[in-house]
Design a protein around this ligand. Structure first.
Ligand code: G1P
Length: 294
């Protein structure tokens, strides 16, 4: 079976949930502690064995590409100043994976964004990372999915259980649990953001996928769906009927960094790893119990 070497990161969205912060800044560049959130995504991709990342961009997103490029002038300044640790941090993003870009010219939906990468992906399986979804896991979430893809030969979507009242915010999948591995779901139903009363389960699709390249031909035949956009979930539902599809109840904590609360929680989660910062946060919380009105 072909190795999963490539990943697509659709990053053309406007970030309306984060306005006004995202009026002039790509939401993917907002930092989690001291790294743009999209760097955590690319780090997960590299740690999962991905060698080439295709970023789908749109207007105002060139800073993402700059971040993953070398910056000789800055590197030289840091080198001359003897700031070796910072220098390594600055160089790292340009060395993790090979980066390619494709442009989504119109906001026609997630499915359409993925289709924009078709010529760069070619005829091999690939991963998709939605940059709003940050997953903190011991074994990278995408690696967990790639292992399932390699053992089952079927496309895989990441799943997590959500409260029923939240089902209308996600693609929802339903299916039967695998007899041997209770984290694998053999999916038989998929629907994008169903009304709560119609949700076929409480299993939400999280933004990690490993897909067979045949998904592109399903995408070309997918009509606009929810929100009048070409939905990846709809193409996957058609693919599932003919080729089968697995869900995987991944291990790890997921944060919705496209939402202000989820973003702040993600910052707290990653700040815990930096003793100096975490000590300051604990001190602040201890000194300011309860909520603040100012
Ligand atoms: C997208 C997908 C949806 C999935 C969600 C996960 O929706 O369309 O199926 O559940 O990501 O974050 P979005 O939140 O981009 O509207």
């Amino acid at each position: 079976m072909a190795k999963v070497r490539k990943a697509v990161i659709p990053a053309a969205g406007m970030g309306t949930r984060f306005l006004p912060a995202t009026k002039a800044i790509a939401k993917e560049m907002l930092p989690i502690v001291n790294k743009p959130s999209i760097q955590l995504i690319v780090e997960e991709a590299a740690a999962s064995g991905i060698e080439e990342v295709i970023v789908i961009t749109g207007r105002g997103k060139t800073e993402i590409v700059d971040h993953f490029d070398a910056h000789p002038q800055l590197e030289e300044t840091l080198r001359r100043a003897g700031k070796e640790a910072l220098l390594r941090e600055v160089i790292l993003p340009s060395q993790m994976v090979k980066i390619a870009t494709a442009r989504q010219q119109r906001p026609l939906g997630l499915g359409h964004a993925i289709l924009c990468a078709r010529h760069l992906v070619g005829d091999e399986p690939f991963a998709v990372f939605l940059p709003d979804d940050l997953v903190d896991a011991v074994r990278p979430c995408a690696r967990q999915l790639i292992d399932v893809f390699e053992s089952t030969g079927k496309s895989v979507v990441a799943l997590m259980n959500v409260p029923r009242e939240e089902t209308s915010a996600y693609g929802i999948a339903a299916g039967t649990l695998d007899a041997k591995d209770p984290r694998i779901v053999h999916v038989h139903t998929m629907v994008e953001k169903p009304p709560v009363d119609d949700a076929p389960s409480t299993l939400a699709i999280v933004g990690r996928y490993v897909l067979d390249p045949s998904v592109f031909s399903y995408l070309t035949r997918t009509n606009p769906g929810r929100g009048d956009e070409i939905q990846l979930t709809d193409a996957l539902a058609a693919m599932m009927v003919e080729r089968g599809l697995c869900g995987y109840l991944f291990e790890g904590n997921r944060f919705d960094a496209g939402d202000v609360t989820g973003y702040l929680l993600a910052n707290l989660n990653w700040a815990r790893r930096v003793p100096r910062i975490w000590a300051a946060i604990e001190q602040y919380v201890a000194a300011h119990p309860g909520s603040s009105r100012r």
